[in-house]
Design a protein around this ligand. Structure first.
Ligand code: PMT
Length: 402
């Protein structure tokens, strides 16, 4: 979001108070937010609130200050309209320019994201549905409203979508769509290997790295399937999320979805061992030491590497505490991967649980250590590398055919 110029349109709905929080979040992420309010919106939340939260004057008057609508729309990287009422949706669908927001959108060449919020019957009305269809045809992206209890007390579809969903859609509008057409399969998080009804073997993986890969790939246009071990993270929007618990469940889910994938990334921290025998009763505490028999889990990445379909790109991670580069290269070859992402699990700002990571990207003929970055930035750099590898492979293929 940093330095992106967002023209944020707010319409007259009780959900306008949620827009105040969204403007604040965008500003905190470094975006330059310029709020344009309809006259009705100013009845719900004052322009002063939006000015204070965005750090920029909030506008609502079409005839107040010269060519405001042109200046605002020319500068915008994206337009976000939330909440978008039936009235404003109709205005935009008909190309009207009778208030500052409608005129600014009409004059704007940047991508437009519309988040409807209204009573369920207003939303379902053929006029509103037709207007939304027209806006889609014009290239606007619509974030579908949620279902639930509406401000009027009724139950139905029409609630403003959640910020997480809208933020992802906005980032998608701002991102280059260089992964469009790719079908990406990602595993994330730990596995849990039950010992008895109360206990399991697991590890410290939070899922943050794998989820960052999933979100960034989706933003860049890929179709994403995310196979996730048990984590405390919300499922990312707009992708197929498959929850699993054990390594055996993950192996089964991966084998079902891998064939269709053009890129597979194994970011999950799969437990190497499971209990040789699950105890149906809680194992009793005794004075004596307990010896547990463990059975080896299948190596999912190695299995993928041994029978992958041609053209598929295979990316593994390596969680290392020493000999990072050597271990990464050993795993690259042993598991027949195209790229191994090595991360240090001893650092407090890298590897498990941290919001940041510092990784080394190891391929057959290169090794590159990245700087310390957020996990989302790290994920984007991994995708950049993956796309380079695919390009190189396509170039070699073309050369061989010539
Ligand atoms: O989830 P976070 O808290 O954000 O932390 C991120 C992370 C440290 C978990 C992640 O970045 C990471 O390093 N994931 C891989 C952890 C791991 O299992 O490393 P490994 O060196 O043991 O395994 C090497 C590769 O083989 C990995 O791609 C792993 O998914 C795969 N593997 C391992 C064992 C197994 N039985 N099956 C596998 O597929």
């Amino acid at each position: 979001m940093r330095d992106k110029k967002i023209l944020f349109g707010v319409c007259g709905s009780i959900a306008a108070f949620k827009a105040a929080g969204w403007v604040s979040s965008l500003a905190q992420e470094g975006a330059q937010v310029h709020v344009v309010m309809t006259a009705a919106a100013t009845r719900f939340v004052t322009p002063l609130t939006f000015s204070a939260l965005s750090g920029n004057p909030a506008h609502s008057e079409l005839f107040a200050a010269g060519m405001e609508h042109i200046a605002l729309s020319a500068a915008a990287d994206a337009v976000l309209i939330a909440p978008a009422t039936a009235q404003t949706i109709a205005r935009l669908a008909h190309g009207l320019a009778d208030d500052l927001l409608a005129a600014s959108v009409l004059a704007c060449a940047a991508p437009v994201l519309i988040c409807p919020a209204m009573n369920c019957r207003m939303l379902a009305h053929p006029a509103t549905q037709r207007n939304l269809a027209v806006l889609r045809e014009y290239g606007c992206r619509i974030v579908e409203p949620d279902s639930g209890r509406l401000a009027c007390g009724e139950e139905g579809t029409g609630r403003l979508a959640e910020w997480d969903t809208v933020r992802e859609a906005l980032l998608g509008l701002l991102a280059k769509q260089d992964m469009a057409g790719e079908r990406v399969l990602i595993t994330a998080g730990p596995t849990q290997e039950p010992l008895d009804p109360a206990r399991f073997l697991s590890n410290r993986s939070s899922g943050k790295m794998g989820y960052a890969l999933a979100r960034t790939a989706r933003r860049r246009g890929a179709e994403v399937t995310l196979i996730s071990g048990p984590v405390a993270l919300a499922p990312p929007p707009d992708m197929n999320v498959i929850p699993v618990r054990t390594a055996l469940e993950m192996a089964e889910a991966v084998s079902r979805h891998a064939t269709a994938a053009s890129i597979v990334v194994k970011a999950a921290a799969v437990a190497d061992f499971r209990a040789a025998a699950f105890s149906a009763q809680k194992i009793k505490k005794t004075a004596a030491d307990l010896l547990l028999a463990l059975a080896a889990n299948p190596d999912i990445l190695a299995a993928l590497g041994s029978k992958r379909r041609s053209g598929q790109l295979l990316i593994g991670f390596a969680a290392e505490s020493s000999s990072h580069e050597a271990e990464g290269r050993r795993k690259l070859l042993a598991k027949n991967a195209d790229l191994i992402v090595v991360n240090d699990i001893l650092g407090s700002s890298t590897g498990f649980e941290a919001d940041t990571n510092q990784v080394t990207l190891i391929t057959r003929n290169s090794s590159e250590t990245l700087e310390l970055l957020s996990k989302e930035e790290t994920a984007d750099r991994i995708w950049d590398k993956a796309l380079c590898l695919l390009q190189d492979r396509a170039a070699v293929g073309a050369e061989n055919r010539a």
